[in-house]
Design a protein around this ligand. Sequence first.
Ligand code: UT7
Length: 321
Amino acid sequence: MIRSVFRGGGSALPKNVVTNADLAAKIDTTDEWIMERTGIRQRYIADESETTATLAIEAAKKACEDAGIDGSTVDLIVLATATPDNTFPATATKVQDALGANGGIAFDVAAVCSGFLYALATADSMLRTGMAKRALVIGAETFSRILDWEDRTTCVLFGDGAGAILLEAQDGTEDGPGILCTRLHADGEHNELLYVDGGPSTTQTVGHVRMKGREVFRHAVVNLADVLNEVIETTGISADDIDWVVPHQANARILDATVRKLGIDPTKIVVTVDQHANTSAASVPLAFDVARKDGRIKPGDMVMFEAMGGGFTWGASLLRM
Ligand code: UT7
């Protein structure tokens, strides 16, 4: 049995921190409203020198270093983003070049906030079928570039950043480490609840994020609880077997409501939404990196990733460290 085994991780954040108070000085909002409705205290916003690729490259290099491998030996890079540096080529190819891993496979995945889960599932499938041996799975975003800074219902919610993990194909055993199960879903019927109002083939502009927040919230709790349940039932584990839940960081209230529905202890949720806000595809690997580096997530732990985003798209994945 070939398993995709976690070898190392890394993350990157822009230099500039923007607090709720900073935003309240510019737009009609308050620290209290943002904190109460979302749990967000601050977000990191890229400056002109920072792009999705520069953040992704920094995170990828740290993941290789953490794994103790030379970046040039990576033969697969799957990068999830909704804010690529260019419409094409894929931002993953910029990361590949920066690592000196030229010649392997590199491409981007577009599933917005669930992008990291989609990228993880893709890399896992390719590793297990022998197409590659060492994969970097990256979530990287500069969402600040597609925000309408006059729309207080969206601009206070998002931030920029990147996270990366290095997976390696290894001979595995039933109770050994690796990705145990991933489930993904999409439902295009809900395109209009969370989307960007521009693009190369329609407006020839990048557009701005538009969201019907309350409706997205409602769907998120139901879909996430369903997909988490699917992974739990497929693997035959119980809620108690999960050591950590590393969710997409959209809203502290969603995280709490989702795990409570499944009877998972809320103290097992890794929460970084207060620090990073919603960084779309970067939020899961960023949160994972924080909890690994501060010693919470340890070898042998069962870690559940979950995310939901525009499309709608959603998914969950169980990793034994
Ligand atoms: O990452 C992809 C997935 N995304 C999500 O999961 C996001 C899901 N949705 C949410 O997290 C929440 O729905 C929001 C945080 C976006 C909004 O919270 P809410 O409790 O659903 O508030 P609401 O949209 O129902 O708005 C409540 C009120 C409105 O005023 P009225 O109509 O009641 O007078 C808004 O105009 O809050 C007002 N409001 C604000 N007030 C101060 C909206 N944005 C702001 C703001 N500051 N920034």
